[in-house]
Design a protein. Structure first.
Length: 130
């Protein structure tokens, strides 16, 4: 009985004081706007440019020249058979940044689609092995 009286008191207080409606409405509106923006950014993500990925592979000397390809944090790491076949200046012009060369290793950041580049190299190597 006490619980019912307490609920009736609070419901009566909320109904008699309409000040809470505006902040509640604004809160819901802000959440909806945020979710629409997040979903829009996901939908607006451009498709991966496969021609650009193929150009980068060719500028690395082709699939035959890449011994290993992996990801280390934000960087892609490639172990090359012959470093002379790599055109690092042309790779940089394709949007790659932070090129680091040590021995036969080439590391760089490819912000557009690093996973797609690695996937394309692995698929190409499998096709060469057949």
């Amino acid at each position: 009985m006490i619980l019912f009286d307490l609920f009736r008191f609070q419901a009566g207080w909320l109904l008699s004081n309409w000040w809470w409606v505006l902040p509640g409405f604004l809160g819901v509106l802000l959440v909806i706007i945020y979710l629409v923006n997040v979903l829009k950014k996901v939908a607006d993500k451009p498709a991966t440019d496969t021609v650009k990925l193929d150009r980068i592979i060719e500028k690395l000397g082709g699939l035959d020249n890449i011994s290993e390809a992996s990801r280390e944090g934000n960087r892609l790491k490639f172990l090359m058979k012959e470093l002379k076949k790599c055109d690092l200046v042309a790779i940089k012009n394709d949007g790659v940044s932070g090129i680091f060369v040590a021995g036969k290793q080439v590391k760089f950041q490819f912000p557009e689609a690093p996973e797609e580049l690695l996937k394309r190299i692995e698929e190409g190597k499998k096709d060469l092995a057949k």
